[in-house]
Design a protein around this ligand. Structure first.
Ligand code: TRP
Length: 360
């Protein structure tokens, strides 16, 4: 695994004329990312772990943020839920601060080039290479091979297509996506080697350590929509009283003292991490502020702090969802912008692959 990958700051300092030989490469540093719309709301882990960072990054980069609805159907989805969840995700991106006038915000299935490029990348991927993806291995081991769709197997090639179509320099994603980014880089390099320089080879922007949010009921597992119980989650769209209830019943640790110890006190440590993230205070400051106080105090204050941070986002998201036609219009503008980048890249790939281009 490469350890010395460039950071966002390194990329910003890079001279992009290096990629000037690529016909479709960007003149400004670009990033691209997406989160699957597979729950009724994004949760606090998605917000603090991804969205907050995306919002920051869009200041310095030409950013593309999208909703990977094609990825969502790698496991069965109710069509009505998927439509709604796609709009909800878009509303939450915007409510959290993604500015659709600055960044390109779009829905994956609006851009047919994603599936078109996927096929070409699939043909460039070895069976063994794909079979080594740990996300696929874990999921298929859990469900059994018969119950696992081929889509889960080819998921990383779709992800590589999502990325490579936009020639981004950086891809901000969670640690769990490291292997998929590695594969994307390999496929970009392989295509470039076989057919001539075409793709920018992107780097992953992985979160710095810390600020990882865990399940409230099981504070050694990451907060995740696939948790066995919803009680361990805080969702952006939860009402304040639900948030207060979940935090109140969060699992804490034996002992009564509030201090930070991920190994022996994962429950309290998680609450402290969340508190620090939503208020931009340090854990050390919080620990000293709560010296001699009880868990209950911390929970009451934390519920208040989380609500304060999420309430404006929830309100804004609900407003946007109240006018789905306007939301769809914003996404259509994003799709136009996205397609104007993706289509010429796919065209170049088709031509280099030896596909006879239709007469114009
Ligand atoms: N696989 C990513 C996840 O589950 C979502 C995703 C799909 C993505 N395509 C992408 C992220 C392209 C970054 C870039 O989190």
């Amino acid at each position: 695994m490469s350890t010395s990958q460039p950071t966002p700051a390194d990329i910003l300092a890079t001279d992009l004329s290096e990629t000037a030989h690529l016909t479709s490469a960007a003149k400004h540093p670009r990033v691209l990312s997406g989160m699957q719309p597979s729950a009724d709301s994004l949760h606090l882990g998605n917000y603090l772990g991804a969205l907050v960072n995306w919002v920051k990054i869009q200041e310095d980069f030409e950013a593309f943020y999208f909703i990977p609805d094609l990825h969502a159907i790698t496991v069965p989805q109710d069509p009505k839920d998927l439509v709604q969840r796609t709009r909800v995700a878009a509303a939450q991106y915007i409510a959290a601060g993604i500015n659709p006038e600055r960044s390109t915000l779009f829905v994956q299935s609006h851009i047919p080039e994603h599936t078109q490029l996927t096929w070409i990348l699939t043909c460039l991927t070895g069976m063994g290479e794909a079979a080594r993806m740990t996300q696929f291995k874990d999921k298929s081991a859990r469900e059994g091979t018969e119950a696992t769709g081929v889509g889960l197997f080819t998921y990383p090639m779709l992800m590589a297509a999502d990325i490579l179509l936009y020639q981004p320099h950086g891809v901000p994603v969670g640690d769990d996506q490291r292997q998929h980014i590695e594969l994307t880089r390999t496929l970009a390099q392989r295509f470039n080697y076989r057919y001539g320089e075409t793709f920018v080879v992107p780097v992953g922007f992985f979160p710095e350590t810390g600020a990882r949010i865990y399940d409230l009921q099981d504070p050694v597992s990451k907060m995740s929509k696939s948790a066995p119980s919803p009680n361990g989650l805080i969702n952006i769209l939860d009402e304040p009283k639900v948030i207060a209830k979940r935090i109140k019943s969060a699992v804490t640790d034996t002992g009564t003292e509030i201090h930070y110890d991920r190994e022996h006190k994962p429950g309290i440590s998680n609450l402290l991490d969340i508190y620090a993230s939503v208020t931009d205070q340090s854990v050390a400051e919080l620990v000293s502020a709560y010296e001699g106080k009880m868990y209950g105090h911390l929970k009451v204050d934390l519920a208040e702090a989380v609500t304060q941070r999420l309430e404006p986002i929830r309100t804004r998201a609900l407003e946007l969802l109240d006018d789905p036609a306007e939301l769809d219009r914003i996404l259509a503008v994003g799709a136009d912008k996205a397609r104007s980048i993706a289509a010429p890249v796919l065209d170049e790939v088709y031509e280099k692959s030896g596909f006879l281009r239709p007469a114009r």
